[in-house]
Design a protein. Structure first.
Lengths: 120, 305
């Protein structure tokens, strides 16, 4: 049996506001990877932690970063405000994130089962 | 033609040195020629000076660019002209940069630092200078030939264009202007030799990097590079496609720290002394940048390191 406490087998729910869609992050995948796997796209840049374009507001839950993040990309003030860098952030618990103002989720894999709305 | 010879080195910050070593060495095919704690020095197989890339661990973005100049007299003249222009200059001594001789550091109006130097230890190309083969058999990955140019964002591309032209004798090959009637410069592609660009600027924040580019042989090498990026899971920004500006074929992609790289092929034309500068009006900017799609992606004007 896989140990559910092992990060490799973790399953954490991601709620994405403002739409309120749910997707599941599996194992050690980042927020960006989990949303992408669910066929969802939003505003992203280099996908490598360098530009800061994919920042999200972390409203609830905990994340860790899989790589060091440059201060020039994500400042301490932003971290305190709950801004996270979605291409490098791996959820440690269920999380609630909000897209940047003016950004919306776009479905690029419409034929996939659509991510659920409401409580998981 | 300028007494500046070429873009000689790019000094870059990366968040993780080992990941970057893998990207620049195994995916792109550069050779690690020297290392220090927290720093790597690399060169492409077709380059003859000691190195063309310095990777420094910690942060992202550009530390500085080095441009090789014909003679110490030319460096001194550039220094004096830069001072008259009113920018900050400083001298650096031999050895301050590994294997690089003394030179002059200039802070451009756009806050980018460039270093002018005349000497770097000679290493020779991989194929040598006597009866060389066409390419080395042991070339890895993309097999980039040389670092070709860099493009930086800046608040006032027109001012940088004037600086590069008046101080360093660069020639404007192409530019993007608001309109032909009231030409405010939005972007400028400038040449020190006959290549369509050795340095370029577009409107954006000062001091940052948009991309630096590697020369490849041709369009089929660009396609093969794209295949290798797929195999190595390198995020592609755009391409393979063609630029209207410079007519180069291209892929924009990102290194493991998020710094944008480009592979670039095709010298569409030669910038001879009497080459008439090409102007693009801003309503045709998208076609100038991405000739086929004719629309800019979000990243082009928002992703800088």
């Amino acid at each position: 049996m896989a140990d559910p406490r092992d990060p490799k087998h973790a399953e954490n729910d991601i709620t994405v506001l403002p739409d309120g869609l749910h997707v599941t992050a599996v194992g050690e995948e980042t927020l960006l990877k989990a949303l992408g796997r669910a066929g969802l796209r939003y505003r992203v840049g280099c996908k490598r932690g360098g530009c800061g374009v994919c920042k999200l507001h972390l409203l609830a839950g905990e994340i860790r970063y899989e790589r060091p993040i440059a201060e020039s990309v994500l400042s301490d003030d932003e971290r305190v405000e709950g801004i996270c860098l979605s291409c490098r952030a791996v959820p440690l618990t269920n999380v609630v994130v909000e897209l940047q103002e003016g950004d919306r989720l776009r479905r690029v894999l419409g034929f996939l089962t659509t991510p659920s709305k409401g409580k998981p | 033609m300028s007494k500046v010879i070429r873009l000689g080195y790019v000094h870059l910050r990366v968040t993780d040195l080992e990941e970057s070593r893998n990207h620049y060495s195994n995916t792109l095919g550069m050779e690690v020629v020297a290392s220090e704690p927290g720093k790597l020095y690399l060169k492409c197989w077709d380059e003859w000076d000691h190195h063309s890339l310095v990777l420094e661990e910690g942060g992202v973005g550009l530390v500085k660019l080095g441009y090789k100049v014909e003679s110490p007299e030319a460096v001194t003249e550039f220094e004096q002209r830069a001072q008259r222009f009113g920018v900050t200059t400083g001298r650096f001594s031999a050895g301050e940069n590994l294997t690089v001789g003394e030179g002059v550091r200039i802070t451009l109006p756009s806050e980018h630092n460039i270093e002018l130097y005349t000497e770097m230890e000679y290493a020779g190309t991989e194929t040598g200078a006597i009866n060389p083969e066409a390419w080395p058999r042991n070339v890895r990955g993309v097999g980039t030939h040389w670092i070709d140019h860099a493009l930086m964002p800046c608040e006032d591309p027109g001012l940088n264009e004037r600086f590069l032209s008046e101080v360093l004798d660069f020639k404007t090959a192409e530019r993007v202007v608001t309109s032909m009637e009231e030409p405010e410069v939005i972007g400028t592609w400038m040449s020190c030799g006959e290549s369509p660009h050795d340095i370029a600027f577009i409107k954006g924040p000062n001091g940052k990097l948009h991309h630096f580019a590697y020369h490849l042989e041709d369009w089929s090498s660009i396609l093969k590079a794209g295949d290798i990026f797929a195999m190595d899971d390198v995020p592609i920004d755009i391409g393979p496609t063609r630029h209207g500006i410079t007519r180069g074929t291209t892929i924009y992609f990102f290194d493991p720290a998020g710094n944008r790289n480009e592979v670039f092929a095709g010298l569409g034309y030669r910038v001879q002394h009497d080459f008439p500068t090409i102007n693009w009006t801003v309503d045709h900017l998208a076609k100038g940048i991405f000739y086929h799609a004719r629309e800019l992606n979000d990243a082009f004007t928002s992703v800088f390191t």
